[in-house]
Design a protein around this ligand. Structure first.
Ligand SMILES: NC(=O)C1=CN([C@@H]2O[C@H](COP(=O)(O)OP(=O)(O)OC[C@H]3O[C@@H](n4cnc5c(N)ncnc54)[C@H](O)[C@@H]3O)[C@@H](O)[C@H]2O)C=CC1
Ligand SMILES: O=C(O)C(=O)Cc1ccc(O)cc1
Length: 367
């Protein structure tokens, strides 16, 4: 497709969307805008956009397709601003925000001006921010939820999917209400819990200075998302606060049951609590459509002797498999450590699994 694509918010998501649009539509002209000049300069230097504008209006009025990839409360105010501009007649507008109800409510203003707005939420990302973390493969195999606002915008859904075909995502249409209720469970609330767990340990740190060093392994895994952008999550929390409040009530009730089981020393209740969670957790898809894919990880049990990691890396390099990250999750003297190797694609991860199975004696597993 040809035309001017205007990306507003050149961060992780705006940058990744831009890269995927360029990959599928090399003749499109990508124009970026961000309130941070440095981010715009970086986006241009990395060829994420062809150009940038320093005034929002300048990009908006020449656009055929506009992608709003800013924190959600800001997206609402940008929609308000768009209503006041003389946009191209056939312009199509979408956003990438993690909440949909309040954004779709604001988009009613555009509908009144006969402008097509289709809400969007790519269900992939990471705790990283900024255009430097953007990548063309970020949304591969992920769910991409769409919330068309009316009949006119429903007619344009094909056009939107064509623009976004380079994401290689799986599109799904949902209502904004369904979206916010469901995503509160699997994404928004877990971020509240992760941050809250970190606060718990932080508050105990004065009493136990060793705590920081002990809070590795599982604690780091479960709290990874607490390293996300505070502005993005404060915006999301406000944007979806009614669902979050409902889930908080249910969660506190759940925890009260745990407290009672502990107070009354009910072993069987506690066993069932962990067992039910394990059974459900073990059935969840590992990645791809149906989950938020963050990384394609492979785990290798490794003995703690020098050179073992570099030998594994050599096997992968010889097989021309590229990795995105490696980390040793636990090492103590004489105890096996776990090496976590992350790949950009499932194919790479599976190839690595085969190679390491063949070449080494280590225990290798996917989750
Ligand atoms: N990070 C993630 O994993 C995911 C984020 N999202 C959503 O996508 C949106 C963007 O998130 P990220 O790219 O992760 O954030 P980010 O922090 O990496 O990028 C946001 C960018 O918006 C810019 N910005 C702020 N105010 C602006 C304004 N008034 N005009 C123009 N630019 C402005 C910031 O300077 C920043 O560069 C958010 O709505 C977020 O909820 C959706 C899916 C995944
Ligand atoms: O880092 C992670 O696992 C995430 O949770 C990424 C993410 C953040 C926000 C979204 O709306 C969707 C996905």
């Amino acid at each position: 497709m040809k035309g001017n694509v205007f990306i507003v918010g050149l961060g992780l998501i705006g940058g990744s969307i831009a890269l995927s649009i360029k990959s599928a539509h090399p003749n499109a002209r990508l124009i970026g805008f961000d309130t941070k000049l440095e981010e715009m300069k970086m986006a241009k230097a990395l060829n994420v956009v062809d150009d940038y504008v320093t005034a929002f209006e300048e990009g908006a009025v020449q656009a055929d397709f506009i992608v709003l990839a800013t924190p959600v409360l800001i997206t609402e105010s940008i929609i308000q601003q768009l209503v006041t501009l003389s946009l191209k007649e056939n312009v199509l507008i979408t956003d990438t925000g993690s909440t949909k109800q309040s954004i779709m409510n604001k988009a009613e203003l555009l509908k009144n001006k006969d402008i097509s707005f289709i809400g969007g939420h790519p269900m992939a990302g990471s705790h990283k921010s900024g255009v430097a973390a953007a990548k063309v493969t970020l949304f591969e195999n992920a769910f991409y939820l769409l919330t068309p606002s009316n009949e006119r915008s429903k007619e344009k859904i094909g056009e939107l999917k064509q623009w976004l075909t380079g994401t290689h995502a799986t599109f799904f249409e949902v209502t904004p209400e369904e979206h916010d209720e469901m995503i509160a469970f699997v994404s928004h609330f877990p971020h509240v819990v992760a941050a809250s767990l970190v606060h718990l340990v932080k508050n105990a740190n004065d009493e136990f200075p060793l705590l920081k060093r002990l809070a590795a392994g599982g604690f780091r895994d479960i709290t990874r998302i607490a390293s996300s952008s505070p502005q993005m999550w404060a915006d999301i929390s406000i944007g979806n606060r009614s669902n979050l409040i409902k889930i908080l009530d249910a969660w506190m009730e759940n925890l009260l049951h745990v407290k009672q089981s502990l107070q009354q020393r009910q072993y069987a209740e506690l066993y069932t609590f962990y067992e039910d969670a394990k059974v459900y957790r073990d059935q969840l898809p590992i990645h791809g459509s149906g989950a938020i894919p963050s990384f394609y990880d492979l785990f290798v049990d490794i003995p703690d002797y020098p050179g073992v990691v570099s030998t594994i890396m050599k096997y992968l390099a010889n097989a021309e498999i590229s990795i995105t990250n490696i980390r040793i999750l636990e090492t103590r003297e004489d105890v096996y450590g776990v090496l976590r190797i992350s790949f950009q694609t499932e194919l790479d991860r599976n190839k690595a699994y085969e190679v390491l199975k063949k070449e080494t004696q280590h225990e290798i597993y996917i989750h």
